[in-house]
Design a protein around this ligand. Structure first.
Ligand code: SAM
Length: 337
C-alpha cells in the first residue's frame, strides 16, 4: 500500500493546507485583495482527518499542517488533537506517524502553543522575514511584529523547537541576515532562508525585483560566519549548515538556484481535497469526490494510487526578464509552504 512514484521516490511526507485564508497579506505570497474559496467547497475537519489518516495508512510518516494560516481555521486544534493519535512511540499515540508539525506565521501562537505541545507537536516552523517592525508591517501588509514575537515566546515556553523561515527578498531584508542569525543564536532557533518562487499573480509586485539567489547570500555569509556543512536532513527540501559561532543550524531552500526534486518525498493536499503532486506544477487529483462518495476508503485509495503514478519529476521555476509571469497561477497560500 506504500506510495512509490514513477521515479522510485517513496512518498512519506504530506503537507496539508487546512485553510486558504490568512490574517496576513505578504507581498510575495498574495495580492492585497484576495478572493477566498467559498466555505461550501472546504473540507470539514472530520474529512481532513479522514484524508490525512488514509495517507498515514499509505506510508506517510511526517504530516505538516499549513495554509493560508493554519491557526486561523476555526477549531483547528481539534484536528491536531485527533491527528496526534497517529503519532508513534515518541509522540502521544500508538500509530506510525513520526512527526506532526505545522508552519505558521506565529500570529496565533500565543493562544495555541501549549496545546500544540500537549498534542505531541515537537517542532514548528514560524515564518518571519524581518525583525524591523516597520518592514514587517510593509511585508505582511496586515501584521504586527509584536504578535509574532509574543507567539514565539509562548512556543519557547511550551518547549517547542522553533525554526524560523525567512524568504530572501532583494533590497528588503538582504541586509538583515547577519542580525537574524545572531538573534536566532541567542534565542536557540534554527533559521532557513527560502528563495522566492514565481507562484500566483501578486498584483503590482514584480518577482524579478524580489528575487535574491541564495548562492549569493551564502557567499556573503561565508565572509562573516564559519559555515560547517551538515548531513542533517529534516525530511524536507532544506540543505543545512551549522553556524560555528552560534551553534545553530542554517538551512537553504533553493528551488531556483539548485533544484532539489530528485529527493522529493512530498505531496500536498489543499483544504478542498485537491492533491498536488508537485508544488511547481498544475497537475492535481480530486480526492474530495471519492472521499464523499463512500464511507469506505476503496475509491479514495484508488484515486491516491492513480495520483502518485502521475507525480512529475520536478518543477521548473525560472525568474528572469523573459519569465515574468507566474510559473503556476495558484497562490502559495492555497497549496501551503
Ligand atoms: N501562514 C503560514 C506561514 O506564514 O508560514 C503558512 C503558509 S505560508 C504560504 C508558508 C510559507 O510560504 C511561508 O514561509 C511564506 O513565507 C512562504 N511563501 C509564500 N509565498 C512564497 C513564494 N512566492 N516564494 C517562496 N516562499 C513563499
Amino acid at each position: 500500500m506504500n506510495m512509490i512514484d514513477p521515479f522510485g521516490r517513496a512518498i512519506s511526507y504530506l503537507r496539508v493546507s487546512v485553510t486558504d485564508r490568512c490574517d496576513f497579506r505578504c507581498v510575495y505570497c498574495m495580492a492585497e485583495n484576495m478572493t477566498f474559496l467559498p466555505k461550501a467547497e472546504i473540507l470539514t475537519l472530520e474529512e481532513l482527518d479522514r484524508l490525512c489518516s488514509a495517507f498515514v495508512r499509505r506510508g506517510v510518516r511526517k504530516l505538516r499542517l499549513t495554509g493560508g494560516e493554519p491557526l486561523v481555521r476555526k477549531n483547528v486544534m481539534s484536528l491536531v488533537r485527533n491527528l496526534s493519535r497517529h503519532l508513534g512511540k515518541d509522540g502521544l499515540g500508538t500509530g506510525a506517524l513520526e512527526e506532526l508539525t505545522l508552519t505558521t506565521n506565529g500570529s496565533q501562537l500565543a493562544r495555541h502553543a501549549s496545546e500544540l505541545a500537549d498534542c505531541g507537536v515537537r517542532r514548528i516552523n514560524v515564518s518571519l522575514d524581518t525583525l524591523d517592525p516597520r518592514k514587517f508591517a510593509a511585508i505582511t501588509r496586515w501584521g504586527r511584529l509584536e504578535q509574532v514575537t509574543e507567539g514565539l515566546a509562548a512556543a519557547k515556553a511550551a518547549g517547542l523547537s522553533i525554526k524560523i523561515n525567512t524568504v530572501a527578498l532583494k533590497g528588503v531584508n538582504e541586509d538583515e541576515f547577519d542580525a537574524l542569525l545572531e538573534w536566532c543564536g541567542r534565542e536557540g532557533f534554527d533559521l532557513t532562508l527560502i528563495e522566492v518562487m514565481p507562484m500566483g499573480d501578486i498584483g503590482g509586485e514584480n518577482r524579478l525585483e524580489q528575487y535574491l539567489p541564495l548562492s549569493l547570500v551564502r557567499a556573503r555569509l561565508a565572509k562573516r560566519w564559519t559555515l560547517e556543512d551538515l548531513d542533517y536532513r529534516s525530511g524536507g527540501p532544506a540543505r543545512y549548515l551549522r553556524i560555528a559561532e552560534t551553534g545553530q543550524r542554517l538551512g537553504f531552500i533553493t528551488p531556483l538556484t539548485h533544484n532539489f526534486c530528485e529527493s522529493c518525498n512530498r505531496v500536498r493536499l489543499t483544504c478542498t481535497g485537491t492533491l498536488y503532486m508537485c508544488l511547481g506544477q498544475e497537475d492535481a487529483a480530486d480526492l474530495r469526490a471519492p472521499l464523499r462518495a463512500s464511507s469506505e476508503d476503496g475509491a479514495l485509495d484508488a484515486a491516491i494510487t492513480e495520483a502518485i503514478a502521475r507525480k512529475p519529476k520536478g518543477h521548473d521555476f525560472i525568474i528572469d526578464r523573459r519569465h515574468q509571469a507566474p510559473a503556476v497561477p495558484r497562490y502559495m497560500s492555497l497549496t501551503g509552504g
